[in-house]
Design a protein around this ligand. Structure first.
Ligand SMILES: *Cc1c(COP(=O)(O)O)cnc(C)c1O
Length: 462
């Protein structure tokens, strides 16, 4: 299977090549040239498989022989062995046809572990095989950083540098990163905000001449294709558990960068019968404005109770738009780079097509708190603010109550104690493997908000 750029101006790449890079040289994102399609009979035959076995089935066509089947299975097993629940992704029922998929049983308590545990093991295998060393450079507003560090700390051939905005992540989130102390692990607090961190990372990817010869940067945010690939699996897993493919299911997905819900869209395109895909957003609602009004203009970033979704422009939406634009990379490049076009929206016929696949809702901070409280009162189940947004959107947009509706629970509420308290509930205790988080030694550098400060730091620490 080859991977092509959404902007159509870069050569096709292999799985291994897209694993070891970031954006395509033309500024686009890599997507498979064609998607595997599974028949209803094939999907039915997967009923009852455990998570790693199903992951092996779903992922194999994308890896396309770059890693032999036995080794791939071993890497998958290793990636999910450390999850705290035997089901890896357990389903919990809230009410008739109302379900929550708990995706926070991994080491850092957010769904990002699903992709980053596997990404770390894939990288480790491929780099050892190639006798190659790489540098991971990433920016985080919270959850990606810790999941990437946990996933890659054991990779001998990786030096990992994670930027976070100084004093703008929660204390739990910061400590989850800065208490990872490996020789190859480097945390950097940038005196700036998350956008500043992202800008620095993007510039560094654009000009990698500061690296020693033979080294290259690898992305760990969801522009990395392997992350999307890993996330497709749990859509199949949850749907199979509720009777697919003989029955349709719907999903509501708390959305920031559009990586998670894009994986759900791919699962549907690959043959999973999905009735509704609901984009749940906080007040940073560009995707909801697009779906409801065909308005894709940027507005100022707002800080909300769901910080992992405080994103102005969702990078993975470009992967969906590429399909919507019938894979016309040039037209897409024009749309993505011309703000006046974005404000006018897309062709109305295309917009209608998008609305047939995605529903959307925007949820305010007050509504988020109300839902946290309501779900707790109804079901004695404590949800984090991101999940609460998903549940609210599911309830608001549900088009057919005869179809099971599954909200993706993207983080454990302990990571967002402030929101839980604002909802009038006690924030939960840290799980056993994190009990001593507040006593552990922290290590991180505080750097100026400047590309040079970061590239100098990387050079000195390789
Ligand atoms: C990253 C994240 C999201 C958003 O996922 P995207 O793939 O960026 O849309 C939602 N909730 C939590 C808890 C997250 O960490």
């Amino acid at each position: 299977m080859k991977y092509i750029s959404t902007r159509g101006q870069s050569p096709a790449q292999t799985f291994e090549q897209v694993l070891l890079t970031g954006l395509a040289p033309d500024g686009g994102l890599y997507v498979p040239e064609s998607l595997p399609r599974f028949s209803q009979a094939q999907i039915s035959a997967w009923a009852g498989l455990d998570y790693p076995a199903l992951a092996h089935e779903v992922i194999t066509p994308f890896v396309d022989g770059a890693i032999d089947s036995t080794t791939l299975r071993r890497l998958i097993d290793k990636s999910y062995a450390g999850f705290a629940h035997k089901a890896v992704a357990p389903l919990r029922q809230l009410a008739h046809n109302e379900w929550v998929l708990e995706l926070y049983c991994g080491p850092t308590l957010a769904f990002k572990d699903f992709a980053l545990q596997l990404l770390g093991n894939l990288l480790d295998h491929v780099l050892t095989r190639n006798n190659q060393k790489v540098v991971i450079l990433g920016a985080t507003s919270g959850d990606t950083g810790s999941a990437a560090l946990e996933g890659c700390r054991h990779c001998e051939n990786v030096d990992i540098f994670i930027l976070h905005p100084h004093q703008r992540v929660s204390e739990v989130q910061r400590r989850q990163m800065t208490t990872v102390l490996g020789r190859n692990v480097h945390n950097i607090a940038v005196r700036g905000n998350f956008d500043d961190c992202q800008r620095i990372v993007k510039s560094a990817f654009g000009d990698q001449s500061f690296l020693p010869p033979g080294r290259q940067l690898v992305a760990v945010n969801s522009i990395n294709w392997a992350r999307i690939m890993a996330q497709i699996v749990y859509y199949f897993y949850a749907a199979l558990a509720l009777g697919a493919p003989h029955r349709q299911v719907s999903f509501s997905v708390p959305t920031g960068n559009f990586g998670d819900i894009y994986a759900g869209y791919l699962a549907m395109r690959m043959g999973l019968p999905v009735k509704q895909l609901i984009i749940a957003t906080n007040s940073n609602d560009i995707l909801h404005r697009f779906m409801s009004r065909n308005d894709y203009s940027q507005s100022a970033l707002q800080q909300t109770l769901a910080p992992s979704m405080d994103i102005m422009v969702s990078s993975n939406f470009e992967r969906y738009l590429f399909d919507l634009f019938e894979r016309d990379g040039k037209a897409l490049a024009r749309f993505m780079t011309d703000p006046t076009q974005a404000a006018r929206g897309v062709d109305p016929a295309l917009w209608q097509q998008a609305r047939q696949i995605f529903a959307s809702a925007r949820v305010s901070d007050d509504e988020t708190c109300a839902v946290i409280r309501e779900v707790y009162e109804q079901s004695q189940f404590l949800v984090d603010p991101h999940t609460a947004i998903g549940i609210k959107a599911a309830r608001d947009c549900n088009a057919d109550t005869a179809v099971p509706m599954i909200t993706l629970a993207t983080a454990h509420p302990v990571k967002f104690g402030d929101a839980v308290q604002r909802a009038g509930l006690d924030s939960p205790e840290l799980p056993p493997h994190m009990r001593d988080l507040f006593e552990r030694e922290e290590r991180y550098a505080v750097l100026d908000n400047a590309l040079g400060a970061v590239t100098d730091f990387v050079q000195r620490h390789l």
